[in-house]
Write a protein that binds this ligand. Structure first.
Ligand code: SF4
Ligand code: SF4
Length: 130
């Protein structure tokens, strides 16, 4: 399952993710990471049955952890297949099949919201836990 880990400026210099991995023995597969002076944001996959353990460890070190369990919702009836979402999605959720029909693999979605803002026909939406 995908999770988002938010790290605030007061703990950004601490190796909390490495500590949590060592402490729990739970592996994280990081798919996106963004750090600047004021904050860090990491999207990672973790085994579902290990989520609570990892969440507890990271939270105890000051991080905020959310499940990303409501990926992008595509309303096929509203989609005009303009292709705008293809070019902006950072994780390649969207693709075209051999007949140039849009295909959506929501399992890759990290709920960044970029495609929602780009879609000219309101065919894309997210849940409220992103
Ligand atoms: S941006 Fe919206 S309308 Fe255009 S292809 Fe993607 S989902 Fe369809
Ligand atoms: S919300 Fe972000 S990751 Fe998810 S489909 Fe849209 S652009 Fe891709």
């Amino acid at each position: 399952m995908k999770i988002k880990i938010n790290i605030s400026s007061d703990i950004i210099t601490k190796p909390i993710m490495a500590e949590a991995i060592l402490e729990t023995g739970v592996l994280l597969n990081i798919s996106q990471a963004h750090f600047d002076r004021s904050r860090g944001e990491v999207v990672a996959d973790v085994l579902e049955d290990k989520f609570e353990m990892m969440c507890e460890s990271l939270t105890s070190k000051g991080a905020v952890v959310k499940k990303l369990d409501t990926p992008i919702n595509w309303d096929e009836n509203e989609c005009v297949e303009c292709g705008a979402c293809l070019s902006v999605c950072p994780t390649k959720v969207f693709s075209l099949d051999d007949e140039f029909n849009l295909q959506v693999d929501e399992t890759k979605c990290i709920q960044c919201g970029t495609c929602v803002a780009m879609c000219p026909h309101n065919a894309l939406s997210l849940g409220n836990n992103g």
